[in-house]
Design a binder for this molecule. Structure first.
Ligand SMILES: *[C@@H]1O[C@H](CO)[C@@H](O)[C@H](O)[C@H]1NC(C)=O
Ligand SMILES: *[C@@H]1O[C@H](CO)[C@@H](O)[C@H](O)[C@H]1NC(C)=O
Length: 219
């Protein structure tokens, strides 16, 4: 692609997602994206937060990244400018084992089992700046100052086996969480997105450290 040619980048990235998402690609140093493994994500909020929880997700998988549609900004000849990827997914699912203790809007919550967070119609923007990194006479883009934002139209929570499997308490809590999905999401968003940002940073850094910038983008 030529510098700043957003449409070309979108086409290439969509093609890579279609062809490589299920397997990853050793040549591109790309990890498997469908599903994307999140080994550990901890959301810990103190007493000052209305969502005073300690939530640990281990070995979770995110499904749905394959279907994202994208728009890019940046990627001009000056690699130190800000680069931005805008994406949309109809549905993203984060699924796997959880454990939680604490209080959600004054209600105690406790449990260990499988959770399913579903984000529907989610727009997200990932951006980073570039630092020039010279190696063996070639110029590489080193991504720095990552930022990630995500706005779902709705978020659905489903925790199985809350309160040692007490069905009535568990069903009520899930109902309560879903009725209050938005204030809860607002509170946990920074920690939740940090977990994703770290993963995203890892992926982007690998791709740009593999190939010189002027071989990824051309005059
Ligand atoms: C997760 O929840 C969504 C609905 O909120 C559902 O469509 C999907 O099938 C669930 N996935 C699993 C693996 O339970
Ligand atoms: C939550 O997940 C469980 C197990 O997958 C399922 O039986 C239940 O119907 C789900 N609840 C909702 C509200 O989606």
């Amino acid at each position: 692609c030529k510098y700043s040619d957003s449409q070309c980048l979108v086409n290439v990235i969509n093609q890579i997602f279609r062809e490589k998402a299920d397997t990853g690609d050793a040549g591109l140093d790309l990890v498997k994206l469908e599903p994307l493994a999140i080994n550990r994500l901890r959301i810990q909020k103190g007493k000052e937060s209305p969502i005073n929880i300690d939530l640990v997700l281990t070995n979770n998988n995110v499904y749905g990244l394959k279907t994202v549609k994208k728009h890019f900004r940046g990627f001009s000849k000056d690699l130190t400018k800000r680069h931005e990827l805008r994406m949309h997914a109809d549905s993203l699912y984060m699924i796997g084992p959880y454990s939680i203790t604490g209080k959600v809007l004054v209600l105690p919550i406790r449990g260990e089992g499988e959770s399913n967070f579903t984000l529907s119609n989610v727009d997200f923007t990932a951006s980073f700046s570039g630092k020039t990194n010279e190696r063996d006479g070639e110029i590489y883009l080193e991504p720095v100052k990552f930022a990630l934002d995500a706005s779902p139209e709705r978020l659905y929570y489903n925790f199985t086996n809350l309160f040692n499997g007490d069905k009535a308490l568990g069903d009520n809590m899930n109902l309560f969480l879903n009725e209050n999905w938005e204030p809860i999401y607002r509170e946990v968003k920074p920690e939740l997105l940090d977990g994703f940002a770290i993963k995203f940073e890892e992926i982007v850094k690998k791709i740009f450290s593999k190939t010189p910038y002027n071989k990824i983008l051309l005059e």
